[in-house]
Design a binder for this molecule. Structure first.
Ligand SMILES: *[C@@H]1O[C@H](CO)[C@@H](O)[C@H](O)[C@H]1NC(C)=O
Ligand SMILES: *[C@@H]1O[C@H](CO)[C@@H](O)[C@H](O)[C@H]1NC(C)=O
Ligand SMILES: *[C@@H]1O[C@H](CO)[C@@H](O)[C@H](O)[C@H]1NC(C)=O
Ligand SMILES: *[C@@H]1O[C@H](CO)[C@@H](O)[C@H](O)[C@H]1NC(C)=O
Ligand SMILES: *[C@@H]1O[C@H](CO)[C@@H](O)[C@H](O)[C@H]1NC(C)=O
Ligand SMILES: *[C@@H]1O[C@H](CO)[C@@H](O)[C@H](O)[C@H]1NC(C)=O
Ligand SMILES: *[C@@H]1O[C@H](CO)[C@@H](O)[C@H](O)[C@H]1NC(C)=O
Length: 482
């Protein structure tokens, strides 16, 4: 068959194929590089946004030997990449290795991606940690008056930030900080591992955080925050190693996290006494789901004690707590002001608990003596349903404030199995009001049983919050590694 009798479209296809094969043959047989077998580093990961520009920490002098400080390399890389904030954003890759570093600052439209075999080691040298102002809603540092050490990974006034990896490790090397804290040797408040302030659109996912000097993940004054797939571990006796602390944040989702720590696994906050009241920024629209917690001396989820800006609309579901002091705990005090309201908890499984329910109205712990004794917190509409607990010492300790009872407490379909040596008094209730249905052992008289028909009374909201509808895209990293 003559060439011109073949349809035109087919001719073009054949010619393109010939050209492509020729080009491939040319590439494979020419140049020095081909003999070194160029390797294409390539991987994909889910994120709220993908990036147009990229770099590796090693491009900026990073050394992953576990001994060389990479603080300057991190800051140089991120300072360089910050120029792309308004040009498609950027991603910084941290290759396999042990990367010692002090505190560094993030930028907007930026992804920090840790290779699965990368370990960030937090420096134990205080000079690697800049001292920053106390949080305005706290008025002072929590460990000491005045400033605080900036977090290992710190960001403020940012938008669209992703911190992720394929379960890579960030090791806070906290033992030295814990010792200094216990010996009263700290000049400033201990650093956290990750803190993001005054920011919007944040994803922190698929990382393993171990031995933080203090709190692990602290989003504060921020909105649209997703914390997903985090494994957080610290000795159960380590001081203040809270897992994730959403603080004066709107629209936050915490899911698929496994936390073993020396303090609350999740601690929901919003500022401290007169400072928190003046700042006036609540935490609201918070989803916590599929959390597993081990914390023998603290709560699976704590609301407070710093709640002076208010806590509203928290939805916790599918929570497992093992060998944990209490379940979803409320901590507050006269002087805090603020509120904790519209709290919904369902499908919680607990094993070996000191208290399933614990509310405390006299937590104390004030920043200074200038708190307002008339600033009484409002605690209302607290709903628990579909909970099973076993090996429990005491079902509930519910202590409201005299003249300021905690109201609208609702408990339904709760089955609590006791330890071999349970407390005689299973429900100790003071200054509270509410109802119950289908709860064993039988609740206190302040939570009168409504009968089996009323299990729907502690309903969990049917609608979804905006943060539940955030879509992730598959992003990729690829680079020829000669
Ligand atoms: C990081 O940001 C904080 C607050 O803006 C600042 O005090 C600190 O010096 C910055 N650190 C670096 C290394 O630029
Ligand atoms: C960050 O945002 C806060 C709140 O809008 C503002 O008060 C502060 O000055 C900003 N800081 C910087 C460094 O831009
Ligand atoms: C992440 O690593 C931790 C160990 O640090 C492990 O326990 C956990 O199962 C890992 N998670 C995933 C999703 O691979
Ligand atoms: C985290 O890792 C898991 C398991 O590898 C994966 O299915 C998930 O999409 C990842 N999520 C994010 C947000 O990185
Ligand atoms: C009671 O709670 C258990 C445990 O979550 C659940 O399996 C069961 O379906 C619930 N019963 C009702 C009537 O909702
Ligand atoms: C039950 O709880 C007690 C503490 O009250 C603990 O010592 C014991 O190991 C637990 N038993 C089981 C089977 O988990
Ligand atoms: C019950 O709680 C109150 C505080 O609200 C406390 O004073 C009292 O000692 C408790 N009773 C028992 C038997 O634990």
């Amino acid at each position: 068959m003559e060439l011109w009798t073949i349809p035109r479209r087919f001719q073009v296809m054949v010619m393109n194929a010939v050209l492509a094969i020729g080009l491939l043959l040319f590439l494979c047989t020419s140049g020095v590089d081909s003999r070194k077998h160029p390797k294409l580093d390539w991987f994909e990961y889910p994120a709220i946004s993908c990036r147009s520009h990229q770099a590796s920490l090693t491009d900026f002098g990073g050394v992953g030997d576990g001994e060389t400080s990479n603080t300057k390399a991190f800051q140089a890389a991120i300072d360089h990449l910050s120029q792309f904030s308004s040009d498609g954003g950027s991603q910084l890759y941290v290759p396999p290795g042990r990367w010692l570093t002090g505190s560094f600052n993030l930028t907007s439209h930026f992804t920090l991606y840790l290779d699965k075999d990368a370990v960030l080691l937090a420096s134990q040298d205080e000079s690697e940690w800049p001292v920053i102002e106390p949080l305005p809603s706290y008025g002072r540092g929590r460990d000491a008056d005045g400033g605080r050490y900036s977090s290992l990974i710190f960001g403020t006034n940012l938008t669209d930030v992703v911190i992720t990896g394929a379960n890579a490790t960030i090791d806070g090397q906290g033992d030295l900080w814990w010792k200094k804290f216990r010996n009263g040797e700290l000049k400033y408040t201990r650093p956290y591992l990750i803190e993001i302030m005054y920011s919007n659109s944040i994803q922190i996912s698929n990382l393993t955080l171990v031995n933080s000097p203090s709190w692990n993940v602290h989003p504060v004054y921020s909105s649209n925050v997703v914390a997903q797939g985090l494994t957080i571990r610290a000795p159960v006796t380590s001081p203040n190693t809270d897992g994730i602390n959403p603080d004066s944040c709107t629209n936050t989702r915490i899911e698929d996290c496994y936390i073993v720590s020396g303090d609350d696994c999740v601690a929901v906050k919003s500022g401290w006494d007169e400072y928190g009241i003046a700042f006036g920024m609540p935490t609201k629209q918070l989803v916590i789901r599929r959390l597993t917690c081990i914390s023998p001396f603290s709560a699976a989820i704590a609301l407070g004690s710093e709640m002076s800006g208010g806590i509203q609309d928290v939805r916790a579901e599918d929570i497992t707590a093992i060998d944990t002091e209490s379940g979803v705990r409320i901590k507050t005090s006269v002087g805090r002001g603020g509120y904790v309201k519209e709290i919904y908890v369902r499908r919680m499984t607990m094993k070996t608990m000191k208290w399933v329910f614990w509310m405390t109205g006299n937590y104390g712990s004030h920043p200074d003596n200038n708190y307002d004794p008339n600033a009484i917190p409002q605690i209302k509409n607290i709903n628990y349903r579909d909970m099973v607990a076993e090996n429990v010492t005491m079902a509930a300790r519910l202590e409201g404030i005299a003249g300021d009872p905690f109201t609208g407490i609702c408990m339904s379909n709760v089955t609590i199995g006791l330890t071999r040596k349970p407390k005689k008094l299973q429900w100790n209730c003071t200054e509270i009001a509410g109802i119950s249905s289908g709860v064993t052992p039988k609740p206190c008289n302040l939570l009168p049983d409504q009968g089996p028909g009323e299990t729907a009374s502690c309903n969990f909201p049917e609608d979804s919050l905006p943060i539940e509808n955030i879509e992730v895209k598959m992003c990729s990293w690829s680079r020829k590694n000669l």
